[in-house]
Ligand binder design. Structure first.
Ligand SMILES: *Cc1c(COP(=O)(O)O)cnc(C)c1O
Length: 349
């Protein structure tokens, strides 16, 4: 049984459920659990609020901090489902292992999350395209100044009701100077430092009129890795092409889900190294017909311009029948329970 201390001051009356946006509201409660003396203690649910912590906390100095991003949905029949929670849990543990942080047991992760969703069930929105964004985070809490692997950690889960993440079609710039992640580094881990390090080149790209950077390999800047907090996919000569997984890019669960749906639709797909040169050739001769980012937040984000070596290449906007828009719709319908969940992706509460 998980100990639950409920709030006496719910913030739900301040939420405008007709205009949620993304990440503007945090639900009333959070899960907290502490790791000490070599093991995780019991998870508790407490009112969401500030934590007391030391400025000597190791996470602040040496960067042992890892997170996840996942979603819960209100289904058509009123039940709630979590989308692929086991897969998110496994990825969290891979990220933790890379950062020398202790694994979170599956029961701790899933049971505390379900208890949190029960406690804050009124926060799960059910408008068209709405969902509850879930943010688990683990960070080093031992307080001392020497460089070392922390012996103490805190695990927190927060949630946020979010609306449809309508991104305008984005302009991306192929990055040829800065690096997000090198092979052998931490690019495959959802660890805090990857994002802090990406801000500066992304800010430069924004100043030049682009929304995001398309990261390339650290050695030669010849092959595409991913974009911002999204994996990328292209339709090239009617084949769905996406960079194959490596230690320098994140194993996205949206990416994996879309690749499964491509198979089901009989769409040819290739997971392989994708060179900047072939993307540029495809843009020039119009055999590249779609480019899009995929991730939990937006599901699919259309790319309308790709900047390569000083040239902006436009891509025609996708039609309703395009792969990206139809697969996005299919994924949404699976999550709503409108079409069958053939792969057992939904964990229904
Ligand atoms: C989270 C994330 C993604 C997308 O992963 P999903 O599991 O689909 O949400 C892609 N790239 C990076 C760098 C990320 O942080």
């Amino acid at each position: 049984m998980i100990n639950i201390r409920t709030t006496t001051q719910s913030g739900i009356d301040k939420v405008d459920f007709t205009q949620l946006g993304f990440g503007n509201y945090i639900s009333d409660h959070m899960v907290v659990a502490d790791y000490k003396n070599g093991k995780w203690g019991a998870a508790e649910i407490i009112p969401y609020g500030d934590l007391l912590m030391s400025p000597a906390m190791l996470a602040l100095h040496y960067g042992q901090a890892v997170f996840e991003g996942m979603k819960a949905f209100k289904m058509e029949d009123g039940r709630t489902c979590l989308f692929r929670p086991q897969k998110h849990h496994q990825r969290l543990n891979r990220s933790l292992a890379r950062m020398c942080m202790p694994a979170i047991p599956e029961e701790l992760f899933i049971e505390s999350l379900i208890a949190l969703l029960e406690t804050d069930k009124n926060w799960i929105p059910n408008g068209e395209g709405d969902s509850l964004y879930i943010r688990p985070v683990v960070f080093a809490t031992e307080s001392r100044l020497g460089v070392k692997i922390s012996d103490e950690y805190k695990f927190v889960i927060m949630t946020s009701p979010v609306g449809p993440y309508f991104t305008k079609p984005v302009k991306v710039k192929v990055e040829e100077q800065y690096v997000r992640a090198a092979e052998g580094g931490t690019g495959f881990a959802k660890c805090a430092g990857n994002y802090g390090g990406a801000f500066y080149p992304t800010q430069l790209a924004r100043e030049q009129g682009y929304d995001q950077v398309l990261w390339t390999d650290a050695k030669e800047h010849k092959y595409i890795d991913e974009s911002g907090a999204m994996n990328v996919m292209f339709v090239l000569n009617n084949v769905l092409v996406t960079p194959k997984l490596s230690t320098s890019l994140l194993d996205g669960i949206t990416r994996d889900s879309i690749l499964h749906l491509a198979d089901e639709r009989g769409v040819s797909k290739e997971e392989r190294k994708v060179s900047v040169a072939e993307i540029e050739a495809g843009l020039k001769n119009k055999t590249l017909t779609e480019a899009f980012g995929v991730g939990t937040a937006a599901v699919v984000s259309t790319i309308q311009t790709i900047h390569i070596h000083g040239t902006d290449y436009p891509i025609p906007l996708p039609t309703e029948n395009s792969f990206q828009l139809s697969v996005k719709k299919q994924l949404q319908q699976i999550r709503k329970g409108i079409i069958a969940d053939r792969y057992n992706w939904l964990h229904i509460l």
